[in-house]
Design a protein around this ligand. Structure first.
Ligand SMILES: Cc1ncc(COP(=O)(O)O)c(C=O)c1O
Length: 394
């Protein structure tokens, strides 16, 4: 007799990025045609040296950084987030409305844990960020997919038609993973009003906020004095300061919800990684100029993705969305994207994730789509990528 497996876990898809990595097994790449890996949206280099030095100082000279800390995070970091967020969004956010988490994925899990249980429903625009769907599946929560329009934006009226007595939350990701779409402030406001009028939570994952092409606040939701009755905002320190391995994220929500979140976090991780929190704090206090430079570079790459696209468009490709770290493309082949992605590794030395990973199995659109995470390739790399995609044949 074998040990039982929770059917909800068994039914959840395996981690997509790991799955894609296995497509590389046994494939060798020549030095003249090295692999272009556009599969993962993560920095590939270490944080800037000054941050590493500051971290080394903490390792040596701050004994408590090696111990358990407060469940909801380092007080100075919570205060810094509250201060910088209030300034950036033009609202009033206090430190008791900020929790630090072990990455933004954990922030999502914690938020959902306080909102919904098995049998409840959550509305998720598609294409979705797969870890959101996976967490909902593992909890036995029903995901109500909300297909985006051709502009890669979700429609609040359509969302309204999906609300049932079991709906607990609407989740938005902006700038979006996988499409790169930056949701207009007015659209966020319409979703906020919808959520508020139905007593739902609006979860907005702003992991890529530092790479938004707009220089103003991307929305005005925090200016509502009652924002914390409806809004739960999530963020990741992974991308901004290249801290993926340190696992630091944040959730901004009402103080009363964070008291519920504290139960979840205490049980799961006790406290967020202390060194990572010090790194995030140092980054927030010292790296704004550096981060502005990183953003400029990403915006340059985004411009190259768009400017060079005619090279692919003449072969039947379409650019469906482009922003933050991502371009979302429609390919011209009969072959479904999950097959195409494997063939691209072997024939073109390109690793990208297929659209099938971002939509429900019954949604045929994913078979025509690919996500290109372009953040790690410069304009020369983008030109080479396009040559390889244009030269691909079945
Ligand atoms: C939309 C979105 N949310 C959350 C995460 C995870 O962030 P973290 O590394 O902070 O867990 C990612 C990472 O790719 C993401 O794209």
């Amino acid at each position: 007799m074998t040990n039982p497996v929770n059917p909800a876990i068994a039914a959840t898809t395996p981690p997509p990025v790991m799955q894609a990595r296995r497509w590389l097994d046994g494939v060798t790449f020549s030095t003249t045609k090295p692999l272009i890996n556009v599969s993962q949206a993560a920095p590939v280099e270490a944080p800037p040296k000054a941050l590493r030095q500051a971290l080394a100082e903490v390792v040596l000279n701050t004994p408590e950084a090696h111990l358990y800390g407060p469940v909801l995070g380092l007080p100075q970091l919570r205060t810094e987030v509250a201060r910088q967020w209030s300034a950036a969004y033009g609202g009033n956010i206090t430190d008791t409305q900020v929790a630090i988490t072990s990455g933004c994925n954990q922030a999502f899990a914690a938020a959902i844990a306080t909102l919904a249980g098995a049998g409840d429903e959550v509305i998720l625009p598609t294409p979705w960020y797969f870890n959101h769907k996976m967490w909902l599946d593992m909890q036995g929560i029903t995901t109500r997919p909300l297909p985006c329009g051709t502009d890669m934006l979700p429609d609040p009226d359509h969302a309204a038609s999906l609300i049932t007595p079991r709906t607990r939350a609407i989740v938005l990701v902006t700038p979006n993973n996988p499409t790169g779409a930056e949701y207009p402030a007015e659209l966020l406001r319409r979703f906020y009003d919808l959520a508020q009028s139905h007593g739902l939570a609006l979860i907005v994952d702003e992991t890529y906020r530092d790479f938004d092409a707009r220089s103003d606040a991307p929305h005005d939701l925090f200016t509502d004095p009652h924002w914390s009755d409806t809004l739960i905002q999530l963020y990741s320190f992974s991308k901004a300061y290249r801290l993926t391995g340190h696992r630091v994220g944040t959730m901004v929500a009402s103080t009363s919800r964070l008291a519920e979140v504290e139960k979840f976090l205490d049980t799961v991780a006790i406290c967020p990684n202390q060194l990572g929190q010090h790194a995030a704090l140092w980054g927030m206090q010292n790296l704004s100029q550096w981060l502005a430079g990183e953003r400029d570079e990403i915006l340059k790459r985004r411009a190259a993705i768009k400017a060079d696209f005619p090279a692919l468009a003449k072969n039947g490709w379409k650019l469906l969305g482009c922003g933050a770290y991502f371009a979302y493309m429609e390919h011209p082949f009969e072959m479904p994207s999950n097959e195409l992605a494997k063939q691209l590794v072997r024939q073109s030395a390109v690793l990208a994730l297929p659209g099938t990973m971002f939509v429900p199995a019954e949604d045929a659109s994913g078979a025509r789509q690919l996500r290109i995470a372009f953040a790690n390739i410069d304009s020369t790399g983008i030109a080479t990528l396009y040559q390889r995609l244009a030269g691909f044949t079945i």
